[in-house]
Design a protein around this ligand. Structure first.
Ligand SMILES: [Zn+2]
Length: 455
């Protein structure tokens, strides 16, 4: 399956690269790819070793149980107590020992919100890094934006027949109790590498900043099992999330994954998607992942130093050939161009160095001049409709955005065109956040909930 998907993608990406982002393919193929990725989070308990069990697909993330002599240790707790209780029930088929400890790999809600269900009436220690909670997203001032854009990225409001998946997580998760089972950490780890024994199990917690600054990875030296948290999962990493996130230091992320590879695990248990079994497979995956992140960073930095802006670099940067066909680097969740833009903005801010972009025209003034160039608003409108007919969907989208500003333009037609173009792009998209965002936005436009003027 691996190489088939890889070959398939390489061929398709070559065909579509000049017009569209690399994650645009024929509608049928996009759906097939997403359906294959669904296998990464089908609900099941995977027995990783004699004493390690991972519940996949009980919510968006994974939760794991390590069985010790007189108790069990839980690594990550899902989003809320309902899903966590279901996972615990599934774990109980393998061990009914009490929960002695809970470990949070990082502070994201899909890993911390269900702790109470695992703790039950007991009083387990809860381990996290000392910096726990330091990187929670956009911050309170931006809650309205975080909610709207997050819902689009994850496709929360999509109808069942529109929804596919979330890249590294299934749709249709139980979310009503999100965060309700969160329990504060009781042991905050200051060391880079903390060793302890819990329920007879030798266990190490290593600082591993990456997707979040407060991330750790968990290492069982006895069975050579590595719990990577969200610094690794089967998809190109979400170095930037389109829901809106502060800059994620990608070099640190790459370094943390390289450190994980140096442990040479026999089993790799990601924060999302299926565990990887076998020393060579696990170590290679981690090495490749680290290299892919570093390569995107280095190519972006080269582009910046050549004086290129983010629009250009985002189209230039590609994964090295030997990494393109790796199933765990397919852009189901993160994308290379989005990573490039995030790195650019994270390192040098929004300005691309071109004086023409220091003080651009107001969008409306630009649209009026574009209409004049096209020979009038009527001609610009025809070009927009023609682009849609010619399946130049991105161009149709951009022309619809021009038309919507024009006082003598047909705003309703611009909106209808935008909806059609978004749905056409979505149908061809196998990057789940892009697909979900296109569809959600189209639905909002159609329902009249969105004025779509302030862009
Ligand atoms: Zn996660």
């Amino acid at each position: 399956m691996k190489t088939n998907i890889g070959r398939f993608l390489t061929a398709l990406v070559l065909v579509s690269a000049t017009v569209n982002a690399g994650t645009q393919v024929e509608p049928k193929q996009a759906l097939e790819l997403l359906q294959k990725q669904d296998q990464q989070f089908e609900r099941q308990v995977v027995q990783v070793t004699d004493n390690v069990f991972t519940a996949v697909g009980f919510h968006g993330a994974n939760t794991s149980m390590i069985v010790g002599t007189d108790g069990v240790i839980i690594v990550d707790t899902l989003m809320g107590p309902t899903s966590a209780a279901t996972a615990l029930e599934a774990f109980r088929r393998y061990s009914d020992k009490p929960v002695k400890a809970i470990i949070y790999t990082h502070s994201h809600g899909d890993h911390t919100g269900g702790a109470s269900a695992f703790a039950g009436d007991g009083d387990p220690e809860i381990y996290a890094m000392q910096s726990f909670g330091s990187s929670t997203g956009l911050g309170d001032d931006l809650t309205p934006t975080a909610l709207v854009r997050g819902a689009r990225q994850f496709g929360r409001a999509l109808q069942p027949d529109e929804a596919t998946n979330r890249g590294v997580a299934p749709v249709g998760t139980v979310d009503h109790d999100r965060g309700k089972g969160f329990l504060a950490p009781t042991v905050l780890i200051a060391e880079d590498r903390y060793k302890t024994t819990i329920a007879g199990v030798e266990i190490e917690m290593h600082s591993g900043p990456g997707e979040t600054d407060d991330a750790m990875y968990v290492w069982l030296p006895g069975e050579k099992v590595l719990f990577s948290g969200d610094n690794f999962y089967s998809s190109f990493p979400n170095l930037y999330a389109i829901r809106g996130t502060p800059y994620r230091n990608v070099l640190t992320w790459s370094d943390s994954v390289a450190k994980m590879a140096s442990l040479e695990p026999e089993h790799l248990v990601p924060g999302h998607t299926m565990p990887i079994k076998g020393g060579e497979a696990a170590t290679t995956a981690l090495k490749d992942y680290s290299e892919a992140i570093r390569s995107v960073y280095e190519q972006t930095v080269s582009g910046i130093n050549e004086g290129k802006g983010p629009d250009l670099i985002a189209h230039d940067v590609v994964l090295p050939d030997h990494l393109k066909n790796k199933t765990y680097l397919v852009e189901f969740y993160g994308t290379v161009p989005h990573a490039v833009r995030a790195i650019y903005a994270g390192l040098v801010g929004w300005y691309d160095g071109n004086p023409a972009t220091l003080n651009p025209l107001h969008p409306k003034a630009e649209s009026q001049r574009m209409a004049q160039l096209a020979g009038g608003t009527g001609k610009l409108t025809k070009k927009m409709l023609r682009a849609l007919d010619d399946e130049e969907f991105q161009w149709a989208l951009e022309l619809a955005d021009q038309l919507k500003w024009l006082d003598d333009g047909d705003g309703q037609l611009a909106r209808e065109t935008k909806i059609k173009a978004l749905r056409a792009l979505a149908a061809r998209e196998y990057n789940a956040p892009n697909r979900n965002y296109y569809l959600s936005y189209a639905n909002e436009l159609e329902s009249g909930r969105l004025s779509d003027i302030w862009h």
